[in-house]
Design a protein around this ligand. Sequence first.
Ligand code: ATP
Ligand code: MG
Length: 152
Amino acid sequence: MIKIERILVPVDFSESSQEALRYGHEMARERNSKVYVLHVINQRIIDALQDMSAKGYKGEFMEVLKNVVKERRDELERFVPATMREDIEVQLEIRKGRPAEEIITFARENQVDLVILGNVGRSALEAALVGSVARNVANHAPCPVLLVRPRA
Ligand SMILES: Nc1ncnc2c1ncn2[C@@H]1O[C@H](COP(=O)(O)OP(=O)(O)OP(=O)(O)O)[C@@H](O)[C@H]1O
Ligand SMILES: [Mg+2]
């Protein structure tokens, strides 16, 4: 049998990433795998926060950033159903940076066997069939990648 011991589900809290999480949960239950649920705080947001903070006043930016990390962590906690955590081993992770890069690095460093993502995310343009993060991860991940559409 093909080894799927570690599954990575990157989430941006969109509907399709919720569906990706459902797939990850089911597959992990069947195979007794561990699931990493990873949210990346986009570098673009961090840069914008830094610009908005008083110029040269680093303390304020650090404080704002700390709050954003906490908010995202809380959101991640709420996004992962309690039933999932009872069934299988789940590890929640937050990273900062460019989403695709961070996802690929995380997959490599943790020897992930499968990445499951939504085909689109929060900024889903009507026309886009596959978003840029999904496309980038599919192109460069060190393991197979499964793209999941939101439930009809
Ligand atoms: N910041 C993120 N952290 C973790 N996973 C993410 C992040 N952004 C996207 N993903 C994952 O990638 C999937 C596809 O999202 P993607 O960002 O590629 O599409 P999009 O938002 O519609 O388009 P784009 O971002 O290119 O405008 C999401 O469903 C989610 O699984
Ligand atoms: Mg996106």
